[in-house]
Design a protein around this ligand. Structure first.
Ligand SMILES: Cc1cc2nc3c(=O)[nH]c(=O)nc-3n(C[C@H](O)[C@H](O)[C@H](O)COP(=O)(O)OP(=O)(O)OC[C@H]3O[C@@H](n4cnc5c(N)ncnc54)[C@H](O)[C@@H]3O)c2cc1C
Length: 412
């Protein structure tokens, strides 16, 4: 240990400079506390910036009951967080940073320029102007025997003793951006209940594609399809056929259901409607028309516009005999069954499910077994689909934890 830097009673430490940690830093500095924020990476907000690369979807404009339902089984725990800082409050807060937002056709909310960087820049300036000190390349390693925080930096290891600590360490995907899940054993050693981290909003693998399908169609988008777990309602959308299975927004939206089915049954069968705009009867009628000497592939193309990756997927999955039977082929077009055997590795996922169990914390998000230590963001045990619900949950929990720390510090 190279130094021991006790903080004054009103100093707080925030570990993790993602949206959750930064939001708590803002609440605490505005309440007059001295805030030191530590992050292992050379800069903060790296995943937030990545989220902005394809168009930063920061929240969603749908009505509150629908919005809350996106948190599924964790909705009761997320509700109090959203009540004090939900989608509307978040938009107002963004506008306060000088960034305008717009609602896309799907109801998703984006900054006008779709980017995360201007927002983060304006926010970091405001935080620094408000006195928040950001220590990058400072990695939290856990606690010393005397409960001080172990923070490693280039010079060695610090032991710091803040009046309260927030852990906002993120989930366990895209480890190269900082959120590596290394906190799990550290908290488990303190007896904190952690629900196993798993990939969420992720792609899935099939047992194997043929070489032909992989070589010709990996990367091809499956547009205008509908998909769902066999026997459940299908969702419209699109996804991408990959070397190992499927990726993309439609499969992400179904990923919690698919993952849990795989957990229970070892695999999950999804049903894909390749032509959701046409009824089974119409598809069967079209395929029953005489095709003369034309191949079935030509017939599918001429009658229904099915070709490319959709045709190749049919060939891959449907037994050859069914191609000769218009009724069987029509059923395959309207309900192609595909068995998915595992999610892609967690590090590739947009987010992770699992984390610090809500019953391990009080309503201020303070750990029951570690008074003065709070948790927020994706490291809590909740998940949500893409659509801005992830960031909203992180901002809301960061704010709630910040307010919880203020309350606890004032009454401690
Ligand atoms: C490709 C991609 C696109 C996304 N797009 C969207 C989107 O459009 N909309 C949306 O709502 N969500 C999106 N998300 C999800 C969203 O970015 C995350 O849910 C959110 O960033 C999590 O915030 P957080 O503050 O909890 O954690 P993070 O943003 O992961 O931040 C955690 C921080 O903790 C630091 N840290 C971790 N361990 C330590 C340690 N031991 N010591 C010190 N520091 C540590 C990390 O370096 C990191 O800076 C996307 C995610 C990805 C990967």
């Amino acid at each position: 240990m190279t130094s021991d830097t006790p903080c004054s009673a009103q100093s707080v430490a925030i570990i993790g400079g993602g949206p959750a940690g930064l939001m708590a830093a803002e609440v605490l500095s505005q309440a007059g506390f001295k805030v030191d924020l530590y992050d292992a990476m050379p800069s903060v907000g790296r995943k937030f910036l990545l989220a902005g690369v394809g168009g930063m979807n920061i929240t969603h404009s749908e009505a509150y009951p629908a919005f809350l339902s996106r948190y599924a089984g964790r909705a009761p725990m997320i509700a109090p967080l959203l009540r004090s800082f939900g989608a509307e409050a978040l938009c107002e807060w963004i506008h306060g940073l000088g960034i305008q937002t717009f609602v896309g056709s799907s109801g998703r909310v984006f900054p006008t320029d779709m980017k995360a960087a201007p927002l983060l820049r304006a926010w970091l300036k405001r935080l620094r102007d408000g006195g928040v000190v950001i220590h990058t390349r400072h990695r939290w390693l856990g606690w010393n025997a005397d409960d001080s925080l172990r923070i490693a930096n280039a010079e060695g290891e610090l032991a710091i003793r803040p009046a309260a600590t927030l852990l906002a360490l993120g989930g366990a995907s895209w480890a190269r951006l900082g959120s590596d899940g290394a906190w799990v054993p550290m908290l488990e050693r303190r007896g904190v209940k952690i629900t196993r981290l798993q990939a969420a909003n992720c792609g899935f693998e099939v047992s194997s594609w043929s070489v032909l399908l992989r070589s010709k169609f990996a990367g091809a988008p499956l547009k205008n399809i509908a998909m769902g777990l066999a026997g459940l309602p299908l969702r419209l959308g699109e996804c991408v056929l990959t070397h190992t299975g499927l990726e993309g927004s439609l499969i992400y939206a179904l990923s919690a259901q698919i993952r849990e089915t795989i957990n229970l049954q070892g695999s999950a069968t999804v049903e894909i409607d390749l032509l959701p705009g046409k009824s089974l009867v119409d598809v069967q009628k079209a395929l029953s028309k005489p095709r003369g000497s034309r191949s079935v592939a030509k017939h599918l193309h001429n009658q229904l516009g099915i070709d490319g990756v959709k045709a190749a997927l049919l060939r891959e999955v449907v037994p050859a005999a069914s191609f000769a039977d218009p009724a069987l082929l029509a059923h395959a077009v309207k309900g192609l069954k595909l068995t998915l055997i595992r999610p892609r590795p967690m590090d590739e996922a947009i987010s992770t499910a699992g984390g610090v169990a809500f019953e391990a914390m009080d309503q201020r998000l303070m750990l029951n077994l570690a008074p003065g230590v709070f948790c927020a963001g994706e490291m809590l045990d909740w998940e949500a689909p893409t659509g801005g619900y992830l960031l909203t949950g992180c901002f809301a929990s960061g704010r709630a934890a910040g307010l919880g720390m203020v309350e606890w510090l004032r009454h401690a």
